[in-house]
Design a protein around this ligand. Structure first.
Ligand code: BDP
Length: 702
């Protein structure tokens, strides 16, 4: 019998849902964890102890007795060799764990069975506590434990696109979590829960404000607010970072230039950094979006991205800070294929960035589309550390309501082979630094978190936060394993629930690709808010903001020719890959229309024409959502009514919108190619003009 919760569940607890374990599991763990030896002298030790008590109390009904020596079986021993004589006495092989790694092991102490959770530093112990609780939540064995783990990536960050007025750019989960107006005086307890959730995944940094930054956030009152948040995050191993506006020296510094080579500008940034570090001694550094989509930057003064990055890097270097300089650039004046621009601008700068600069690169060369080939910058700048930027918030994937598990998207990108140093030169090895021997490594996720009770706008969107964090810790983990972990922790470890839900999650991203942008299509969403289909959109102030720029469809064919006969973007990939992508018969079908313009009657591997296959894919996507709904409907016995209902409602919305994407897209393509739908395909219920007439003036996130 599943115990019923006292109050309805709203998803607030995330995957840290410490509800009573099934009785047999509870008895076993009770025997293994009835006493606790742990220090609480530092804030991080106190956090570890509090979390463990909270978890055990929830899962087992009682917190363990705090003891100082092990006199009977069933003790948990927490600590570092320095903080705990018991841990030191075990002579654990902790050398390879680094500062953040941990080990959990079943041991004997003075003849008694015990479990040790140890690290070289308090933060390792805290991570170990979360791993221990995960083990319990997942319904695993309480004995014979021998676990060790350490992160493979150094900077594991969330980027909040949060504005100072609490709106969130591309946010679909309510307002910003940061209640700036009440800071620093009032610290919402949610900040601590945010820190706990992140620490449970090993996320160790948070960029508080939008990359489209206001200089105001670097003024004294706002720095005090940031410092208050940093104080909350610190015990959880999380450093605070800020997005910096390049023109801040003018806007808040009274200078008449922000030229990175100007001595007064350099002094201003040094002084600003000193001021920040006085308030936030462990401040992580700056994230910068410059000369991109209208943001100011070094090019305004004829200087390069490296000049700009090195300016800020010099300011934070004395304090151990870093600069994350974004490669998401494409210029107003540049007529070249937008997919090529970041590579063209950044590759020549390889080797000219300061040692504490890391270039932050989106997973694909356009912009977080439902599917993109990996960004050609990965592997192409061997002398520069590059970090991955994924988007968790589903700006291009149906906003909060569409169920799209992104673990598979992240995995697909990380495992892609750049071939820059022969086979096996995966994006993952660029990101973890092993390909080119970089120590500074990182992965950032554009957060999907807001003030909604369920944090992420939907229960299943929590899985994307979870998957991002787990992959940032170890990018080699499998998306399927991570999904299974999340399902067990968030709902139940019952395999009758876990198996179908994991299958559903694993197929979900592909379903969205199918009903939105099949076969390599991209950037077909409506302008501005990006909600819904608008493949017909044209005539905005920039050609490369329009869907027609990307699909290039007409009566004869469809797709963006990025081969040598077109923009030649393929040439930015390593030779063997470029040859494959550039060959219309060898390119993976999922990228066909990304790299090629082909006639509507082009024959695919299936033997079918492109047009017919396109129609089938759209329909397949809608069908998959219908199947997800049916699966979910059949699982109500395993989930509390409140969460079950919300997911069911959202799936219904998703099905309706998937159908809309299919119908609107097919109606538009048919208006160009005048081809009949393949046999068995249901025609769109409305004329094209109906789909074109829809408007959504208050769509969120914009
Ligand atoms: C685009 C978003 C825009 C962001 C931009 C960025 O539509 O809101 O500012 O990315 O990453 O996808 O800077």
């Amino acid at each position: 019998m599943q115990a019923l919760p006292l109050h309805a569940e709203d998803g607030y607890d995330l995957w840290l849902r410490y509800r009573p374990l099934p009785a047999a599991d509870a008895r076993a763990w009770q025997a293994a964890a009835s006493q606790l030896v742990a220090a609480d002298a530092t804030p991080t030790q106190a956090a570890a102890l509090a979390e463990l008590n909270r978890g055990l109390e929830g899962l087992l009904g009682t917190a363990p007795a705090r003891v100082s020596t092990v006199r009977r079986d069933g003790a948990l021993v927490l600590g570092t060799p320095a903080s705990s004589p018991l841990v030191a006495g075990l002579r654990l092989d902790a050398a390879t764990l680094g500062r953040e790694g941990y080990l959990i092991r079943s041991v004997r102490i003075d003849g008694h069975a015990a479990t040790v959770i140890a690290g070289n530093d308090d933060i390792g112990v805290l991570y170990g506590v979360f791993a221990f609780l995960r083990r319990m939540l997942e319904g695993r064995a309480s004995t014979g434990i021998d676990l060790r783990d350490a992160p493979r990536v150094q900077l594991r960050l969330l980027d909040h696109w949060d504005n100072l007025d609490r709106s969130v750019e591309r946010g679909y989960a309510g307002q910003s979590l940061w209640d700036w107006h009440k800071l620093p005086g009032h610290l919402d307890p949610r900040y601590t829960d945010y820190a706990r959730a992140n620490a449970s995944l090993g996320i160790n940094g948070t960029v508080l404000n939008n990359v489209n930054a206001k200089a105001l956030s670097l003024t004294a009152p706002w720095l005090e607010k940031a410092a208050a948040l940093a104080d909350v995050m610190r015990p959880y191993g999380i450093r605070v970072y800020l997005s910096a506006r390049f023109s801040a020296p003018i806007e808040i510094g009274g200078l008449d230039t922000a030229d990175p080579l100007d001595p007064a500008v350099r002094r201003w940034w040094r002084d600003k950094a000193d001021e920040i570090y006085r308030l936030i001694p462990d401040f992580g550094g700056f994230l910068v979006k410059a000369n991109s989509e209208g943001q100011p930057g070094p090019q305004d003064y004829g200087r390069s991205h490296a000049d700009g990055a090195n300016l800020l890097a010099a300011a934070v270097a004395p304090h151990g800070g870093i600069v994350m300089w974004r490669a998401f650039v494409y210029s107003h004046e540049q007529p070249d294929d937008r997919a090529k621009q970041a590579y063209s601008e950044f590759v020549p700068l390889d080797g000219s960035f300061a040692r504490n600069v890391i270039v932050q690169v989106k997973n694909g060369a356009i912009d977080f589309q439902p599917r993109e080939p990996f960004h050609p910058l990965f592997g192409a700048m061997p002398k520069t550390p590059l970090m991955m930027e994924f988007q968790l918030t589903k700006e291009y994937l149906g906003f909060a309501t569409h169920l799209a598990y992104l673990g598979t998207l992240y995995e697909e990108t990380l495992r892609a082979d750049t071939h820059v140093q022969g086979e096996g030169s995966t994006v993952l090895r660029v990101v973890d630094g092993s390909l080119h021997g970089h120590g500074l490594t990182g992965m950032a996720g554009v957060a999907n978190i807001g003030s909604d009770r369920n944090w992420s706008g939907s229960i299943f969107d929590q899985a994307n936060w979870y998957a991002f964090g787990r992959l940032a810790w170890n990018p080699a983990q499998s998306a399927r394993d991570i999904a299974a972990e999340w399902v067990r922790m968030t709902f139940t470890a019952d395999p009758r629930f876990v198996a179908p839900v994991v299958d559903m999650m694993m197929a979900s991203h592909e379903a969205v690709v199918d009903y939105m942008t099949p076969l390599g299509l991209h950037h077909l969403m409506a302008r501005g808010h990006h909600y819904g289909p608008a493949p017909w959109d044209a005539g905005s102030e920039r050609a490369d903001w329009d869907p027609v720029y990307y699909h290039r469809a007409d009566a004869r064919g469809i797709g963006f020719d990025r081969t040598a006969t077109g923009s030649n973007a393929v040439a930015q990939y390593a030779a063997p890959l470029a040859a494959g992508f550039g060959d219309v018969h060898r390119v993976p079908e999922k990228y066909l229309l990304w790299f090629h313009h082909v006639p509507w009657d082009f024959r695919l591997a299936s033997g079918d024409t492109l047009w017919n296959e396109l129609a089938h894919r759209y329909t397949r996507g809608v069908d998959e959502v219908r199947a997800m709904r049916a699966t979910w409907a059949g699982l109500s016995a395993h989930v509390d009514a409140e969460r079950h209902r919300q997911v069911a409602n959202f799936l219904a919305i998703q099905q309706r919108e998937a159908q809309w994407w299919r119908d609107a897209s097919l109606a538009y393509w048919q208006s160009l190619n005048r081809l009949p739908l393949p046999a068995g395909e249901v025609p769109p219920p409305h004329p094209l003009s109906w789909y074109q007439s829809l408007s959504f003036p208050f769509a969120p996130g914009h």
